[in-house]
Write a protein that binds this ligand. Structure first.
Ligand code: OAD
Length: 236
């Protein structure tokens, strides 16, 4: 059994080749949508219809997209690597799961989950949600929100992530700008614990110079070969 513990952090760039928009840069969601209105608790309180419509559209769009070669390569590494592989994603889509990943830590929540603000229950939610939606657990009407983490809220599973970080030996950042905290801290945390760090991004990010290795190009092209090579050397 290998002592290697790889932590992978993914962002919107992994799902971009499947047809889902990134947030920043050309064509990014926050270029033509107001983040304060759509991704904050205050925005939701001010105009729940607007926020529900935005997330309903994104949830419905999931049915039209498929996992790509990057999702599948990450899943292969998780399944076949002799060491431990922890996958943390900032993405709220389900493409890692559909790409074959057996365990995904959704630190920014999930489009396919609802959260009841009355009873705190979380449940699978695949259809539209609106101000008249009732909680399937407590029956409250008007208390449902998408279980996605908005700006100003604490990401999910931070205890689990902190536990995983304690034994990290390799940290791989894939398709994320590294601009949103606390995920933006993971690189320096991993480095301070002695981990070897790698980045895969379409183009240099603000943090590229801080990784031991930076691989520039489409992750859907780069990752399958990287994983194949990594498994070859790990498995012998
Ligand atoms: P960003 O939109 O900030 O960054 C996406 C990154 O993916 C950029 O650095 C791109 O260069 C890169 N990229 C695009 N296509 C790629 C490809 N084919 N291969 C490799 N890299 C590619 O998205 P995130 O970093 O995920 O949070 O954003 C983090 C958080 O900010 C999101 O989870 C979301 C957003 O606001 C919340 O909504 C709370």
């Amino acid at each position: 059994m290998s002592n290697e513990h790889i932590i992978i952090l993914t962002g919107a760039g992994v799902s971009a080749p499947s047809g889902l928009s990134t947030f920043r840069g050309a064509g990014g969601v926050w270029r033509d949508h107001d983040v304060m209105k759509l991704a904050t608790p205050e925005g939701f309180a001010a105009d729940p219809d607007l926020v529900h419509t935005f997330y309903n559209d994104r949830r419905a769009n999931l049915a039209r997209v498929e996992p790509n070669a990057a999702h599948k390569a990450i899943a292969k590494l998780q399944v076949d690597c002799p060491g431990r592989v922890t996958l943390i994603t900032q993405n709220v889509d389900d493409l890692h799961e559909r790409g074959g990943s057996p365990d995904v830590i959704h630190m920014h929540g999930s489009l396919l989950q609802g959260l009841c603000m009355a009873c705190d229950a979380r449940m699978l939610w695949t259809g539209d949600m609106n101000r008249r939606s009732a909680c399937p657990k407590c029956g409250a009407v008007g208390s449902m929100r998408p279980d996605v983490v908005w700006f100003g809220e604490i990401p999910h599973f931070m205890d689990r992530i902190a536990d995983a970080m304690e034994t990290v030996t390799t940290f791989i950042s894939i398709g994320t700008s590294g601009e949103v905290y606390p995920a933006a801290n993971f690189l320096s945390e991993a480095k301070s614990l002695g981990a070897y760090t790698l980045e895969f991004n379409l183009e240099p990010s603000a943090r590229s110079g801080k990784f031991h290795e930076s691989h520039m190009g489409p992750c859907e092209d780069l990752l399958p070969k990287f994983v194949e090579d990594k498994l070859y050397w790990s498995l012998g």
